[in-house]
Design a protein around this ligand. Sequence first.
Ligand code: ATP
Length: 591
Amino acid sequence: MKFIRVAECYSKLEEISGRLEMIDILKRLFLEANPDEAEKIAYLTLGKIAPDYEGLELGLGEKLALRAISIASGISEQTISKEYKRIGDIGKLAEWAVGKRPSLFGKEELTLDRVFSSLLKIARATGSDSQDIKIRTFAGLLSDSEPIEARYIARIVMGRLRLGVQDMTLLDALAEAYLGSRERRSLLEEKYNIYPDIGRIARAVAEKKEKGLEEIDVTLGVPIRPMLAQRVKSAEEVIERIPKMYAEHKYDGERMQIHIWKDGRVKLFSRRLEDITAPYPDVRDALKTFVGRDMILDSETVAVNPDTGEILPFQELMHRRRKYGVEEAMEQYPAVTYVFDILYLDGKSLINLPLRERRKILESIVPKEGNIREVVYREIDSNLQELEAFFEEAVEKGMEGLVIKDPNSRYQAGTRGWNWIKLKRSYISKMIEPVDLVAVGAFMGRGKRAGTYGALLMAVYDPKEDKYKTVCKMGSGFTDEDLGRLPEIFKPYVTEVKDPSVESKIEADVWFQPKIVLEVIGDEITLSPVHTCGFNSIRKGSGLAIRFPRFTGRWRDDKGPEDATTEDEIIQMYKSQLKEIKEEKIKEEAA
Ligand code: ATP
């Protein structure tokens, strides 16, 4: 196929905006193409040369592109640069420059094949002379281009094609061209969701129609589009939609699709299907224990505090996405991966099995402990109270909430449906003021904190009953020096059993007399079934907790335990936080 035919088609697409018309134009183009060409048209029309997950980029900067246009047209770089500022569109610039080219002597007509293979050459050029190869190849294409061809080649090279054609429009056109009707797009879509390579789909259907599609299945190394969740506002609504459920912790980290080959190779893909293996060498190494079988897992990776095992907020994990310093980020914020699904095992796709069966397989492979571990979940059958308690417990542990799943559902790749429902904490509001809390117990540390305390159990004071009620476990904000000294500081106050003035549902490793007051800042106050502060005051069966508590560094030696923040103050803070959120919502809605 001549490239001019493709360029003319793109020019028509630019002029119209109606979807049906677009589909018709593309369909006719596909009908003139052989399967090999159909593949190339499919990529190019979306401004690509390969599926996104391959990460192949054309990588030609603006400066190099301008130089190539200058070479191909014989116009000085200076003039090209000036014209570019005036025209403002690299495609139109190339079209103009090529139009000014003096002689067309010796010009070869461009084919789609040549354009495509030149673009691949530009993308694949590496090494010291790669810039030179890129410029020469691009200039070579332009030298043989008609002006209108130059317009689209230049835009594709610069990643600025933007014809307004979406993936789904292209699938519609493929369905019309090869399956007889747009109604049959779902056949293509289903395959595209498990094999998101538009070129491969186009080639398969152009070659063998439905039969070609049958050959496409879940494949190791090709990321599946992730299944997503619908949102609801209340636990009641969850139960209405999925009475018998798996309620899973919703970790606030990075979605990670894990591909493991039996020979030990590993690839990690993000929610957007990018290859994110590089920033997670520790996850890759931890996955080595699974070697020996081919599999695809779906998971969420979070950053943890290496000393206490606490889950850290999402921002901490994002330090990993920097280009440099992965090693340091890895030490500072080690990752734990919570696996919640298995999609493929030893050559077989599992996505059509019910979740209950996939979970059984998963549980026979992924352990409940360690750096790669199974998601924490609970089977709940229409029990609202149990669901609410599990939700609060999850939020207090640093989760975003829960993802509720129907155990009978299949894995619907690329779909946001009602078989997965997310129930998130409904507000995010910063706790602005620090509070003064009394240490009533401690938990032994691990790793760097072995031999000292990993976290303290902190309480508020209730003057009415003269009791200390727990409100959080705190392991963050301590300097190394503070940490080392903790056992020594608390030694005079250690008791064999819990002090009678302390009300706690949590078992600490070491109990203290309530004496020492520390200043603490947190992110917000949440409902919690495990802390005794404000128990039953807001909701029956729940207390209040401080989420993501950190020591500010101030030992409040100037305060006795009775001077600590009171239970009532925390209840008031919770209520005003809610009020603030309501007001914010009203403001948002008004805006
Ligand atoms: P959100 O901002 O809520 O994460 P989203 O649009 O990114 O929204 P959703 O489908 O709405 O994605 O929420 C599901 C996301 O939650 C998943 O993409 C995944 O990254 C994360 N997640 C955490 N824990 C789980 C879990 N147990 N099961 C499924 N997804 C989970």
